[in-house]
Design a protein around this ligand. Structure first.
Ligand SMILES: Cc1cc2nc3c(=O)[nH]c(=O)nc-3n(C[C@H](O)[C@H](O)[C@H](O)COP(=O)(O)OP(=O)(O)OC[C@H]3O[C@@H](n4cnc5c(N)ncnc54)[C@H](O)[C@@H]3O)c2cc1C
Length: 440
């Protein structure tokens, strides 16, 4: 555990490129790495592998699934949203959350079973309220910087991922929350994001599918939406073309820091154990990152915060006409939507603190369907695909991007509710750190 380097969170990535002299710390030999392992093939792992491959490194990706984006990066809300970058560590949000715990239909639910990981995480979540403003502003900036990276990757590789550049509308039906949102909007503007209030009439002009009885909203013209699964899988194929090796169905059981990091993994189909050694290792394992980090001498306190989505398949022309094209965020219901091409309407939300299970609970899916029925009654919901995934959430909601304690160990993980939005920037940054040339 020599060369202990503190984690770099999102902030320095915006202002300070990796310094050449820092790179000498990052491998045991003091040389730039040639071979790099990436653990995890979700959006963070695949964008990292892609950026490392562009740097000319020999990259191997490990994932326990048979292909990319089969866990949290499968069917999320679709929003590339600087306008939703506010961290949740705010007292008014916490008090609202406490009230929601008593309501089974509310956007938040929590199992009260004693669990050290959960309660220690919640303790750190409360402490992070001190940094609410700073962390919100920094996340907004990172989200804005991330767009260009993700769009570059998609354009360079010719990936169609149902991108819609139509902005995001935040909706309000409650006067108190609309007033509080005005104050939050000042933080977004301070970070440099163009996000402005709109009247009920302007809401209907922006999105004619909306009902006309809303109180008002905010509009962020530069935000976008797209299908995370399509982009991640498309980028995985691009990685293959660029020589990245994929170890699918590879359960990583044990990692060791080394002098050179070692990955011990089992192939699920044959149950065959393997050991591979690399110059460097990047942990992008979503909710699996905490367990892996512990073996490497690092603490990455990711907690799995479960969320749900439904994808409504819009078969008839009437359904397609009734569904909004512009992305929505209903701030009172904590529900987000994305139009994924003409034929699909994605609705996502809820935060459930119930450990690592991915069960799809009907009681959590029903509020999403009800919300759709209330706002868009013209959509026929006969073909609805439900899904649940685990957000890899840090207590302060800031992703961990940078070097770990041991040489050659890096992290790009803990992106919580914004992994789709932020991953382009964090992958680019961590790849620059891993591959930085050693100064003479
Ligand atoms: C309901 C919902 C809605 C959301 N909406 C949005 C949104 O609108 N906009 C946005 O920006 N973000 C959104 N998010 C968040 C976003 O989807 C996540 O932050 C992102 O997908 C996380 O990506 P990841 O690569 O960190 O994790 P994952 O996609 O889960 O990838 C991690 C990979 O690591 C692998 N792995 C882990 N441990 C091991 C091991 N030991 N061995 C082998 N493989 C391993 C897993 O198999 C997995 O494939 C949403 C999330 C949810 C749940």
């Amino acid at each position: 555990m020599t060369n202990a380097t503190p984690f770099v969170d999102a902030r320095p990535l915006l202002t300070a490129p990796t310094k050449r002299r820092d790179a000498a710390k990052f491998t045991a030999s003091g040389k730039s790495p040639q071979s790099v392992a990436v653990i995890g093939a979700g959006i963070t792992g695949i964008t990292t592998a892609y950026e490392l491959a562009l740097q000319g490194l020999s990259v191997t990706v490990f994932d326990r699934n048979p292909d990319a984006a089969m866990e949290t990066s499968f069917a999320n809300g679709g929003q590339l949203s600087a306008s939703n970058a506010e961290v949740w560590n705010k007292w008014s949000t916490i008090f609202k959350g406490l009230k929601w715990l008593l309501d089974p239909g509310a956007p938040l639910s929590m199992s009260l079973m004693p669990n050290w990981h959960k309660y220690s995480w919640l303790g750190e979540f409360l402490l992070a309220t001190r940094h609410y403003e700073r962390n919100t502003v920094d996340t907004v900036k990172l989200a804005m910087a991330a767009r260009a990276h993700l769009l570059r990757m998609a354009a360079d590789e010719g990936i169609d991922f149902d991108l819609e550049k139509r902005g995001i509308i935040h909706l309000y039906r409650d006067a108190k929350s609309f007033a509080s949102a005005q104050r939050t909007n000042a933080l977004y503007n301070q970070a440099g994001l163009e996000r402005f209030a709109v009247s009920p009439q302007e809401l209907c002009e922006l999105e004619p599918a909306l009902p006309d009885d809303l109180l008002g909203g905010f509009f962020t013209p530069s935000d976008m939406t797209g299908d995370i699964h399509k982009l991640t899988v498309g980028l995985a194929r691009a990685c293959e073309r660029r020589g990245v090796t994929f170890r699918w169905r590879a359960d990583v059981n044990e990692v060791a820091p080394g002098p050179n990091p070692t990955v011990n993994w089992t192939e699920a189909t044959t149950n065959q154990p393997h050991t591979d050694t690399f110059d460097a290792l990047v942990v992008c394992a979503g909710v699996g990152s905490r367990a892996i980090a512990r073996q490497l001498g690092d603490r990455i306190n990711v907690y799995p915060v479960k969320g749900y989505s439904i994808t409504v398949n819009l078969h008839r022309p009437e359904d397609q006409a009734a569904a909004p094209w512009r992305s929505l965020l209903d701030d009172d219901a904590k529900i987000v939507t994305s139009r994924l091409g003409a034929g699909r309407f994605r609705i996502a939300g809820t935060a459930e603190f119930s450990g690592y299970n991915r069960d799809i609970r009907v009681a959590r899916i029903e509020p999403l369907k009800r919300w759709c029925e209330e706002l868009f009654p013209g959509i026929n919901q006969r073909d609805v695909v439900p899904w649940a995934g685990l957000r890899p959430m840090m207590p302060d909601m800031m992703p961990r991007v940078g070097a770990g304690a041991a040489p050659g160990v890096f992290y790009n993980t803990g992106h919580g509710h914004l992994g789709w939005t932020l991953s382009g920037a964090t992958a680019n940054a961590v790849a620059a750190m891993v591959s930085a040339p050693v100064s003479a």
